[in-house]
Design a binder for this molecule. Structure first.
Ligand SMILES: Nc1nc2c(ncn2[C@@H]2O[C@H](COP(=O)(O)OP(=O)(O)O)[C@@H](O)[C@H]2O)c(=O)[nH]1
Ligand SMILES: [Mg+2]
Length: 358
């Protein structure tokens, strides 16, 4: 299962965010190195489309999609050269499939650390870039030699050289000028900055009103290479402890709508390249996860391997079109269900019923 690593400086609010997202119990404390064991947790990915389908079908059960997070603990300046618990942090980051950078903006004199999210980003990126630079330097001569004997490696060497130039200029691969193809060629080297990223700017309660202003410098720095979300982590963590009605009252009372946690979970899910299709009925309505580009039989296999093995066809309708017709039965009667075969590429938001025979 793929995971999103939560990365940031000590006391940025990583463990608080992890707990709020996963309902987990990672140790939250106002000092560095409080997280000595890496925690893994599962966050629900709330989806209003699913809730509405469940109401339509009067489903007895609703099953949301999920996404896994890892609380990787504080990266400090000098990690790339093994300072503090540096090597352990870098190993944790290396194992993650995507990164959630937590950048501190909240001010609190009782919690050590700075409150300049752009500076946090700079420190984090520098450590990751230094580590990647060392990896590339350690590989590039070997790969050049290998490429002399095997011409098919020329592209890989060229990609390493391009990455080296970017890294030496201080630019992480994720916001470099490397193309998707070049980045794919670099995959065997497990570079830390060749992973997709999103950033969470941890806002103080008092900053929630002017969030855009606080978040903007970070968004400018990432320049479209990753989502940047402003989250009042502590406030949302407290809200997450309440029962749903109280939570809604608190968050809406503060003008925060459903809160920012669902957006973080959805951004993380998307960052990992995940897409959702639905099944809906009286027994349950459910969100199923597939990879962008998957075809109908593979998606059927997510439900059960028999459905893939004996796949005949899928009946398909977009979630909103189904809602508009009022029920699966009515959509069928009205001829609104498309019949799709083995080559159909399932689209995020499709509702499926699989016909199969084993
Ligand atoms: N005032 C304030 N304190 C926070 C906020 N988020 C986290 N903290 C506090 O900062 C300290 C460190 O938080 P923690 O989640 O353990 O940070 P980590 O080191 O990044 O895992 C704890 O005492 C938290 O209660 C916030 O939004 N506002
Ligand atoms: Mg922590």
């Amino acid at each position: 299962m793929e995971r999103l690593g939560i990365v940031g400086l000590p006391n940025a609010g990583k463990s608080s965010l992890f707990n709020a997202l996963t309902g987990g119990s990672a140790h939250v404390a106002p000092h560095p190195f409080s997280t000595t064991e890496t925690s893994v947790g599962v966050a629900r990915v709330p989806d209003e489309r699913l809730e509405r389908l469940a109401v339509m079908s009067a489903s007895r059960k609703v099953v949301h999609a999920t996404v896994e997070f890892v609380d990787i603990a504080g990266l400090v300046a000098g990690s790339s050269t093994g300072e503090g618990l540096g090597n352990r942090f870098l190993a944790g980051i290396r194992e993650a499939d995507a990164l959630c950078l937590v950048l501190r903006a909240f001010e609190d004199d009782t919690v050590p650390g700075d409150h300049d999210p752009l500076a946090d980003l700079g420190v984090l990126e520098l450590e990751l870039v230094l580590a990647d630079s060392a990896t590339v330097d350690g590989q590039i001569d070997k790969r050049r030699k290998a490429a002399k004997a095997d011409k098919s490696l020329a592209g890989e060497v060229a990609a390493l050289e391009r990455a080296k130039a970017e890294l030496d200029a201080g630019t992480p691969v994720y916001r470099s000028s490397l193309s998707a193809d070049e980045r794919a060629l670099l995959r065997p080297f497990f570079l830390l900055t060749n992973k997709p990223v999103l950033a969470v700017v941890n806002l103080g309660e008092d900053q929630a009103g002017g969030a855009d202003e606080v978040v903007k410098p970070v968004a400018d720095a990432l320049a479209g290479h990753g989502d940047v979300l402003g989250v009042s982590v502590e406030l949302e963590a407290e809200a997450a402890q309440l029962d749903p009605a109280e939570r809604t009252e608190l968050l809406e009372g503060l003008g925060l709508g459903e809160g920012a946690l669902p957006r973080v979970a959805r951004a993380a899910y998307h960052l990992l390249g995940r897409r959702t299709f639905f099944t809906t009925g009286e027994k349950e309505s459910r969100a199923w996860t597939f990879r962008a580009g998957a075809r109908a039989p593979e998606c059927a296999g997510v439900i059960h391997s028999d459905l893939q093995r004996g796949f005949i066809r899928a009946e398909v309708i977009r979630w909103d079109e189904l809602l508009a017709t009022g029920s699966w039965h009515r959509a069928k009667e009205a001829g609104r269900l498309r019949v799709e075969g083995k080559d159909y590429e399932v689209v995020d938001g499709d509702v499926l019923e699989i016909r199969f025979n084993v």
